[in-house]
Each structure stands twice: as structure tokens, then as C-alpha cells.
Design a protein around this ligand. Sequence first.
Ligand SMILES: NC(=O)C1=CN([C@@H]2O[C@H](COP(=O)(O)OP(=O)(O)OC[C@H]3O[C@@H](n4cnc5c(N)ncnc54)[C@H](OP(=O)(O)O)[C@@H]3O)[C@@H](O)[C@H]2O)C=CC1
Ligand SMILES: CC(C)CCC[C@@H](C)[C@H]1CC=C2C3=C(CC[C@@]21C)[C@@]1(C)CC[C@H](O)C(C)(C)[C@@H]1CC3
Length: 418
Amino acid sequence: MAPPQGSRAPLEFGGPLGAAALMLLLPVTMFHLLLVARSGPARLLGPPPYLPGLEELWSPWALLLCLTWLGLQAALYLLPARKVAEGQELKDKSRLRYPINGFQALVLTALLVGLGVSAGLPLSALPEMLLPLAFAATLIAFIFSLLLYLKALLAPASALAPGGNSGNLIYDFFLGRELNPRICSFDFKYFCELRPGLIGWVLINLALLIQEAELRGSPSLAMWLVNGFQLLYVGDALWYEEAVLTTMDIIHDGFGFMLAFGDLAWVPFTYSLQAQFLLYHPQPLGWPLASFICLINAVGYYIFRGANSQKNTFRKNPSDPRVADLETISTATGRRLLVSGWWGMVRHPNYLGDLIMALAWSLPCGVFHLLPYFYFLYFTALLVHREDRDERQCRQKYGLAWHEYCRRVPYRIVPYVY
Ligand SMILES: NC(=O)C1=CN([C@@H]2O[C@H](COP(=O)(O)OP(=O)(O)OC[C@H]3O[C@@H](n4cnc5c(N)ncnc54)[C@H](OP(=O)(O)O)[C@@H]3O)[C@@H](O)[C@H]2O)C=CC1
Ligand SMILES: CC(C)CCC[C@@H](C)[C@H]1CC=C2C3=C(CC[C@@]21C)[C@@]1(C)CC[C@H](O)C(C)(C)[C@@H]1CC3
């Protein structure tokens, strides 16, 4: 058994108490949102319309559906990939290999769903099953995290994540002990981060759109916008799948309850909140306002994609002509930091773009309810906290060079504001 590693790493998320609170609070929030979205007043801060009993939450069919979905996505992951990418260098100087076939999985899923619907698959029944599906996904995430925790007991010390190995069971279970848990070449964290949850999210959105069409004759413009924006976001994530290999989740965080629940339950069932809200609370939206919202989403996407691509291109090959002219500062590690282009504007331009898109996803739901703005509010908190975590890691990694970067680029996410 590997001894606990990284016990000197500072505890995050409020330590074991914070981790325990989040493990309770996150599923409770998810069920609250699911219940409130379909209630008349749709009050984010009010009590839920009722407390569902176990008979409403538990359904063996929902569990079977979730497991079938995971099995399908796993099978698509194992199909031959157009490319195999190498991850960042690990502690033991090795690099893991990852299949790049996420977009292919999205297209094949769309084809399969299309075939299923034309053969009579009742996709519009999905919105009625959201509660038991979310319950099944939570159960799966919990059991899966337990298995990951046990698997990590057998892992060599070099395979453990820098955090998540404090020796405290609750904290380590939440954060995740092993950095890249795998069976043969099947990488659980990489698989979960991009496939079942993200593709599940757009499938739930589509089911809500179809149900709205059945209820009201055609989907509303607001529903089209929310579906279109979020499909663009998911399609983009899978098209640029390789870029996920340089995110904090893959490089730094272990795979535990936080990411397992986040990927498998939180993303599909809470990120589809705007479409859920619109099904039960139709909102009038004219073309002029819709065009303005599209413009906001386009600006957000332009910044998000531009910043993420610039950093990935630079990290892959700093002499690439697209980034070779950008100004940089050297660090003692040998890696350089961009100080011009997107990364010279603020220290996290990709977060700024992502937040602008988050706002555009809520605006089609009108301004009279706070509920559809939940994603924007949660995401602001998540990114501010994430920025703080990343900042600490970069300060430790780059020392004086990071201080120089902060001096040259003083704002974190929003120019002249934060
Ligand atoms: N929709 C959602 O729920 C979520 C979306 N996201 C999105 O995921 C994306 C990735 O986010 P995340 O992994 O947090 O962070 P980033 O992709 O911003 O990665 C941060 C890393 O980038 C490198 N870096 C920082 N500054 C510079 C610079 N000036 N020049 C070169 N490299 C630099 C550092 O790593 P190094 O130097 O080691 O390369 C740093 O640790 C973002 O677009 C974010 O918005 C994130 C969380 C949730
Ligand atoms: C709910 C908990 C407090 C935290 C759970 C966080 C997770 C839901 C997110 C952590 C990082 C994520 C990323 C994406 C989705 C949400 C989670 C898993 C991402 C895949 C979304 C699409 C983007 O284009 C991306 C850059 C690939 C994202 C990577 C990070």
C-alpha cells in the first residue's frame, strides 16, 4: 500500500469539513434546482415545492439507462481514434497517451439517437425522468468514487495527485487520490471529463426542446438559442479535446467524488437548467433581442476560444508562427509565460470569455427570474475560486517570474475590475 503523499500540500475547499459539507450540499442543490425549475414560482432561493420520496427518486430503469449510457460512451471511446495525443510529463518523466475521438463520439451518438427517435424512441419522455436519472447518476458517482479510492490504495506513490493524499479519508475521497486512474489504456478521468456528462447535457437539452415542440407546436426561439449555444460549447470542447490535457483537472487534481459527481451528475442535470426552466416557463423573445444575445455569445466564444487556443499552441510549440511573435517572460523552470496577446490582457482571459457565454445562456430566459442565472452565479464563484487555486500553484511553480507576470498583467479575469 502506498503511504499518504503530499501531506504537506495545503488543504483546499475548507479541508475535511468543507469537503464533507460540499458532498452533501452539491447533490442537495442539484435536486433543489431540478424541483424548482418545474414549479410555478421557480424561485431559486425559495423552498422546493415538495420533498420527493424515495419512490420518486429511485427507479431501476433510470439506473439501467444511466449504465447503458456510460457503456455506450465507453464503447465509443474505445473505437479507433484519428489521433493519439501525449499528455504532460508526469512525476516519473513518462507521458500518458490519450485517444482523440471525442467529436467522433458526439457525431456517432447523434446518429444513434436520430436512428432511435425515427424508430420510435420516446426521447421526449426524458424530461419526466430527470429526478430518478439524477439520483441514479449520483449513486453511480458515489460508488465509482469509492472504487477509485480503493484502487488508489494499490497505486504507486508516483501515481498520486499532489492534493487529495492528506491521510484524511473524507477529504481524500472528495478530492481524489490518484491523478490518472486507468485500467490498461482506459483513462477514467479523461473519459468522464468530456464524454458522458457533456454529451448527456446536450441530449437532455434536445429532449426538452422536443417536449416543448410537442407541448406548444414548435420550440420557442429562446429554447433554440439555449440549445444552440450549449451545443456549440460542447461541440467545441470535443473538437478541441486535446486542449483538456493542459487543464488543471487533468494535470493537477486527483479523480475523486468532486470530479466524478461533477462530470456525471452535476454537469448534465444542472447545466441544462435554462432549457428545463424554459420548458415550464416559456419566455417571449423577439429577433432583435435574440440577435443581441447571439452577439454576446459570439464575443464570449471568440475570447474563450482565442485565449485557450493561443495558450495551447504556445505550450505545444512556442515557435509556432501563430504565437512566435508574442512577448514572453522566462521562468526558472524553462517554460515561458505569455505577456502579450490574450494573456497580456488579463491573467485568465479564457475565464472571461466563458463567463460572457454563461451570461448569454441565461438571457434568453428573461430577467424576471433568478433561477436561470444560477449557472452564471455558480460559475463566477467556481472560476474565482479556481483562479485563486491556479494562482497559488503558479506562484509556487514560477516564483519571481510569476510576480513579474502579475506586475505586468495586474488584472485576473475582468480588465480594470478584478
Ligand atoms: N464550464 C465549466 O464548468 C468549466 C469550464 N472551465 C474552462 O476550462 C478552461 C481551462 O481552465 P483551467 O484549467 O482552470 O485553466 P487554464 O486553461 O487557464 O490553465 C491555467 C494554466 O495555464 C498556464 N498559464 C497561465 N498563465 C499563462 C501565461 N501567461 N502564458 C502561458 N501559460 C500560462 C499555467 O500552467 P502551465 O504554465 O503549467 O502551462 C496555468 O496553470 C477555461 O476556459 C475555463 O473557463 C473550467 C472549469 C469549469
Ligand atoms: C460542482 C463542483 C464544485 C465542481 C465540479 C466541477 C466540474 C463540473 C468542472 C471542473 C472543470 C470542468 C471543466 C469542464 C466541465 C465542467 C468541469 C468538469 C469542461 C469540460 C467544459 C467544456 C470546456 O470547453 C472545457 C475547457 C473542456 C472544460 C474543462 C473543465
